[in-house]
Design a protein around this ligand. Structure first.
Ligand code: ACM
Ligand code: ZN
Length: 555
């Protein structure tokens, strides 16, 4: 009997352990890909780059060259030489063959075969090819992330066969630059991080009560006045009475800088979705153009955090012509089909007292101020659609009735998203309960000041955006997930990285990896490898407890 148990244990060890425990020391780490691919078969041997290695592209064009150049530069960093990129129609010994193959069933999918002789990728699209290169990157040592230092003379990729495709079409990260501004260079580094995490959308929150951050040629006061606040609240805004630092704070992105960032993201197959907030969170715009409010002002750009009662007047035609002008310039800068129009946290206090808003309610046969907000968003949607754009709004846009084609970003939990999917609207899941990366990731006492909450890596990772309440058809409206980084309490790129990483890896695995392949312990083991890449990239990631220990501590 004892022997039989031993036999079972041995068989179980080999069956389950082939991947994780039976490899030679260090072996397990070589295949530490995040997000975990659809399937991975480990093979013996490795491919080693030589000075004769080429990167063959089929076809060679501006889109596929992006991935080839990306790979060539990693090889150059790691090995000290850059493989030549040329056109080729089949794999060749000693070389990398990157092919766009329309026979790959999912355009976002790819296969990757690494043998001792060659590396072959077949990708359904140039974007999928780029993600395949990110996988190759993660199979390389972390040294490839830094300029060649002469320390790596053999650059090898472990042999394997991978088939991969994302679970969701939308995998995004958000960044609020209204509360705190980040340099063009910092935004590019953030976009680089998104690429490493196989994200394909960057949601750029550009306007806020505390600052308008995008140059609009027709309305120069938006940046002359709206981009600068007189001072900033010190510490947590909830702690009353507020104290202020007495220092002006501001800045904005010129249209040239916006174009530069959009083009940088495009060359990493990332779509930038701009957010222009309305009707609420618009105090900075109203400080510049008070005539767009219900009361006429005057106003100053927000100095503390929270929700402000002065919002765009929904009764004035000027509000709509202003927003249409602004959006016209924004549409020209961003090729994205989506535009985010905010829609969250809009108090109705002013509208209730405003004769023009009340007249609008009467004239349009609306029931109340919620329907007035719905009127506002529908009108903006109609304009956006007329320019070939589709709107995304926070889940408050459900109140008073959804605009006919709006996509809903569910943030106050998942309820709004579920309701929107029931109404056959597309949904992006970004609930505070799992995806607000401005929340504390460990015990607050040991952490830099944050807005609140408690969202350790394990909790983020546990999110599964599938809902029993939805039919299979309705479930298809869940386009994907996004991590949000609001920056009331995040003022530097180092702090941004600290809050975003490694939770961004968890968001990435929720969005990419099939639910049955998810395993937090395995994820942590893979992260133990990939954190060295973060180190090489000089990312200031959080290095504390990744498990959700609070329930244990509270007992
Ligand atoms: C939000 O966090 N107000 C969308
Ligand atoms: Zn009004």
């Amino acid at each position: 009997m004892k022997n039989l148990v031993c036999l079972f244990v041995t068989i179980a060890f080999f069956l389950s352990g082939c991947k994780n425990t039976s490899l030679p020391a260090g072996g397990r780490n070589t295949y530490a890909i995040i997000p975990a691919p659809l399937s991975l078969t480990e093979k013996t041997g490795e491919f080693t780059f030589s000075k004769k290695s080429r990167i063959l592209l089929h076809p060679l064009n501006s889109q596929t060259e992006i991935s080839a150049s990306f790979l060539a530069s990693l090889v150059n960093n790691g090995a000290g030489f850059s493989p030549e990129i040329s056109e080729g129609d089949r794999p060749r010994n000693g070389s990398v063959f990157l092919e766009i193959d329309t026979a790959v069933s999912n355009p976002s999918g790819y296969s990757l075969v690494v043998t001792g002789n060659s590396i072959t990728v077949k990708a359904g699209s140039p974007a999928a090819l780029f993600n395949a290169v990110q996988t190759i990157r993660q199979l390389m040592p972390p040294d490839v992330e830094k300029p060649f230092s002469g320390t790596v003379n053999k650059l090898a990729i472990p042999a394997c066969e991978i088939k991969d495709e994302p679970r969701f079409a939308y995998r995004g990260m958000h960044l609020d630059v209204g509360r705190h501004l980040f340099s063009v260079e910092a935004i590019k580094k953030y976009i680089d991080l998104l690429a490493l995490h196989k994200m394909n959308y960057f949601h750029w929150h550009l306007t806020e009560d505390q600052g308008w951050r995008i140059e609009i040629k027709k309305y120069p006061r938006l940046t002359e006045i709206g981009s600068i606040r007189k001072e900033t609240v010190i510490g947590h805004a909830g702690r009353k009475p507020n104290q202020f630092d007495g220092k002006p704070y501001g800045g904005f992105y010129t249209q040239d800088e916006v174009r530069d960032i959009v083009s940088y993201a495009t060359s990493r197959f990332i779509t930038v979705i701009p957010e222009i907030e309305m009707p609420g969170h618009s105090l900075a715009a109203l400080a510049a153009y008070p005539e767009l409010s219900c009361t006429g002002g005057p106003f100053e750009v927000g100095k503390t955090w929270g929700i402000f009662e002065d919002v765009y007047c929904a009764g004035k035609e000027e509000t709509f012509s202003f927003l249409e002008d602004v959006l016209t310039e924004v549409f020209e800068l961003f090729p994205s089909q989506y535009i985010h129009i905010g829609g969250d946290e809009c108090p109705k206090t002013r509208w209730k007292k405003c004769s023009l808003c009340q007249k609008r309610i009467k004239d349009e046969g609306l029931k109340d101020e919620h329907e007035l907000q719905s009127y506002f968003i529908r009108r903006i949607e109609k304009f956006a659609l007329s320019k070939g754009k589709r709107i995304i709004g926070w889940d408050e846009i459900l109140e008073g009735g959804l605009a006919p084609e709006a996509t809903v970003m569910s943030w106050r939990g998942v309820k709004g998203g579920i309701e929107a999917a029931r109404q056959n609207h597309d949904v992006i899941m970004t609930p505070t309960t799992y995806a607000y990366l401005d929340y504390y990731q460990a015990e607050p006492a040991d952490q830099p000041l944050a807005i609140g909450g408690y969202l350790p890596l394990e909790k983020v990772y546990s999110f599964n955006p599938v809902f029993e309440e939805l039919t299979e058809e309705q479930q298809k409206h869940i386009l994907g997930v996004q991590g949000n980084v609001w920056t009331e309490y995040i003022a530097t790129p180092e702090h941004l990285e600290y809050m975003a990483c490694p939770r961004m890896f968890a968001i990435s695995e929720i969005g990419w990896t099939m639910a049955n392949k998810k395993d937090f312990e395995d994820f942590l083991a893979r992260f133990e490898v990939q954190r060295k890449r973060y180190d090489a990239l000089n990312i200031n990631y959080f290095k504390g407890e990744y498990r959700d220990t609070r329930s244990v501590k509270k007992q």
